[in-house]
Design a protein around this ligand. Structure first.
Ligand code: CA
Length: 258
């Protein structure tokens, strides 16, 4: 079991699900991050990580873990949906995958209704603050790429048969892993690197600055997956994903507003 940590923000509620039974609502455990000013982006990353901008963020809560199959299953059961392909209720603590950004948003809206709280996808600013904690290093806790296997399920030596550009350490997982299987960052947030890419609420743009488009076909995903080598799981790395895509290496975590 990975639920060894203290549960300061865990809340209990009861949700009536479609089968008429009362199940305890599986509310994501969160970490509270204080208001912070930090440097967003990187001068030595890809061009879409530039320019570096100073960002002032209000305080917020963010999921300690990637959203799990067990959490998402309560939503699909209550709303007469089905679990997306390649997710199994037999693996409740694995991250939910194969979800579009709208699926993730619908789950957040449902969770908000159940709890009376305001849950949503993180912005890129919030995701990067939660991962890097404003320290402006490539990896959580300023570890070296070869140390990442302690913190992350990435394209490592375990994935050598699948991946051409593996990282020279062994994390023990060839595919996706249970959330919280690896060491957290200094704020006790898990799986920020690897395991599954995480949707953000930001429309993908090719720079850190600029305009906010009226419509959007692709959103930014962060953090990399079990198929991603170290260079691409960096805190500031950004990738775009078409909004209707469902991929087995893409999930999400949520923010709860204060
Ligand atoms: Ca791995």
């Amino acid at each position: 079991m990975f639920y060894f940590s203290f549960f300061p923000f865990f809340s209990f509620a009861v949700v009536s699900v479609a089968n008429g039974q009362d199940n305890q609502l599986n509310v994501p455990e969160t970490v509270y991050l204080l208001a912070h000013e930090f440097e967003y982006g990187s001068t030595d990353g890809d061009t879409d990580e530039q320019p570096v901008v100073r960002v002032q963020l209000d305080s917020f809560y963010i999921s300690r873990f990637e959203t799990t199959v067990a959490q998402y299953a309560q939503f699909v059961e209550d709303t007469d949906r089905s679990l997306p392909a390649e997710n199994s209720i037999e693996q409740p603590n694995f991250p939910i995958v194969n979800v579009t950004i709208e699926d993730a948003r619908n789950y957040a809206r449902w969770l908000s209704r159940q709890t009376g709280e305001k849950w949503r996808l993180p912005t890129e600013y919030e995701w990067e603050m939660a991962a890097g904690l404003g320290v402006h290093k490539a990896y959580v806790n300023d570890v070296e790429p070869t140390e990442l296997c302690t913190y992350a399920n990435i394209a490592d030596e375990s994935a050598v048969e699948d991946m051409p550009n593996i990282t020279s350490c062994s994390d023990g997982s060839q595919g996706v892993a249970e959330v919280g299987s690896y060491a957290p960052n200094n704020a006790s947030i898990y799986d920020l690197h690897g395991n599954v890419w995480e949707w953000t609420s930001n429309c993908y743009r090719e720079t850190n600055g600029g305009y906010k488009p009226f419509s959007c076909d692709a959103y930014t995903v962060r953090g990399g997956s079990f198929m991603t080598p170290a260079i691409h799981v960096r805190v500031t790395n950004r990738e775009q994903l078409e909004k209707n895509n469902r991929l087995a290496q893409v999930g999400f975590r949520l923010v709860k507003e204060r």
